[in-house]
Ligand binder design. Structure first.
Ligand SMILES: *[C@@H]1O[C@H](CO)[C@@H](O)[C@H](O)[C@H]1NC(C)=O
Ligand SMILES: [Zn+2]
Length: 426
């Protein structure tokens, strides 16, 4: 009887989630200005949800289409404009169910086992983790490595939750002559591989301290600030209500649509193109720059740490390692040197598992996007600034099989820690 009641509660919990039965992800090939124009209009109106970092004309665009919007989309894009396409995920709910099965088959993360001295923390990476498991994990790292870490909140979200930062430093960041590095994940809520990758970097660095010479040197010489989840409200919502939620959870005045795209809300070239003024769009830039407390908190961190030398904003998916500018196709001053590091990162990633990450400037690699993190950080601090789109290239997209967590962490570690860390202290 008790089991039945519990089972009943679990079923209610699952059915409270937004259901994606019959939703498809289509890969669209845009070959003309007219096709692009109609496509962008449909995106702006919220008829489709663009999943991939959209390429320019000639590239591909992955979009989620709901059953109720399919007719409108198909009639405009396929019947009228003869746009070429391919179905890449026939039923999104099937992938969500599969992910849920794996999640349910593995235990929740607890502190006790992790705190044992011989535990390497790798169990955390066997599946995706809830917000509270991230809190526990960061607390655990802080307790295991009290001399190497400091755990603090960089500010509150719109719903009043803490945005946690783990500082890895031998001097609690107080030695202001040292260079600093800031890495963050989870601006976009549904990109679950991004917070995990940040956590992987922190966990591995700390467990290698005193054992791997390069890592030890990099921790001794640099203040590493790691913020795995910026948009905590959105991330929480992907666990409770809608696995594919992207934006923050701000209420937009005068609109039934919730949320702002945090990565179009940074206060640099805020409206230069590649963002939307429509609250129902997935790339809604917000009512004003830094309207989102999450965004202003992370931005403030990047400008307040001493000697910021490198910054990465981790996203998924598409396998891209990109640098400024996003808002314009023009080449920033000093781009040649940044480009060399950018290419070295792409090569380092490739050398670990053979994953190809395309490198280049954002506006020419994917499309123009204004008000994004890397443009702001690069403009304000001149630090090496990268926007990274993690695995995969679209077969699973945001519903990336959790088996990818560790290999993604491994390939990114080679670039984000070893290449960039070494560059910063050279
Ligand atoms: C501060 O960091 C610099 C650069 O790593 C180092 O040379 C110096 O000895 C450090 N100062 C203290 C007080 O630890
Ligand atoms: Zn993203």
């Amino acid at each position: 009887m008790k089991t039945l009641v519990i089972l009943g509660l679990v079923l209610i919990a699952i059915s409270a989630q937004n259901n994606y039965h019959g939703n498809m992800v289509l890969r669209i090939n845009l070959e003309s200005e007219k096709q692009l124009e109609v496509f962008e209009k449909l995106e702006n109106e919220g008829v489709i949800d663009v999943w991939s970092e959209k390429a320019l004309i000639g590239g591909y665009h992955d979009v989620l289409v709901t059953p109720s919007n399919y007719q409108e989309f198909a009639s405009k894009m396929f019947n009228d404009l003869k746009t070429k396409y391919e179905v890449i995920i026939p039923n999104v709910q099937t992938l969500i169910d599969k992910e849920q099965d794996r999640q349910n088959s593995l235990p929740e993360f607890t502190l006790n086992k992790f705190l044992a001295s011989n535990d390497d923390g790798m169990e955390f990476f066997s599946k995706y983790r809830k917000p509270e498991e991230f809190d526990r994990f960061l607390t655990g790292l802080n307790q295991k490595f009290p001399k190497l870490t400091k755990l603090f909140s960089i500010g509150k979200t719109g719903q009043g939750k803490n945005i946690n930062c783990l500082l890895i430093s031998t001097s609690e960041g107080s030695n202001t002559t040292k260079p600093s590095i800031v890495y963050n994940g989870g601006q976009h809520a549904r990109e679950w591989i991004s917070p995990m990758t940040n956590a992987y970097l922190a966990n591995r660095m700390l467990h290698e301290y005193g054992k791997v010479d390069l890592t030890t040197k990099l921790i001794n010489s640099i203040n590493w600030y790691i913020v795995p989840i910026v948009n905590v409200d959105g991330y929480t919502y992907t666990w409770s209500d809608d696995r594919l939620w992207r934006k923050t959870r701000s209420v937009n005045k005068g609109s039934k649509c919730v949320g702002v795209d945090p990565n179009r809300n940074w206060d640099y070239e805020w409206t230069s193109g590649g963002s939307s003024s429509n609250p129902c769009s997935e790339s809604y830039r917000g009512p004003k720059p830094f309207s989102e407390p999450e965004v202003s908190a992370i931005a403030k961190l990047t400008t307040s740490v001493p000697n910021l030398k490198a910054y990465i904003d981790f996203h998924s998916y598409s396998q891209l390692w990109m640098r400024p500018w996003g808002f314009s196709r023009k080449v920033p001053a000093g781009d040649e040197a940044v480009g060399i590091v950018n290419d070295a990162c792409g090569k380092a990633v490739y050398d670990v598992h053979g994953s190809k990450y395309t490198t280049g400037r954002i506006a020419v690699t994917i499309y123009e996007a204004s008000g994004s993190s890397v443009d702001y950080v690069f403009a304000k601090t001149n630090a090496l600034s990268f926007a990274v789109e993690l695995r995969d290239t679209g077969r699973q997209g945001f519903l990336l099989d959790a088996k990818n967590i560790v290999p993604t962490g491994e390939e990114v570690f080679a670039a984000a820690v070893n290449v960039i860390g070494s560059k910063v202290i050279e």
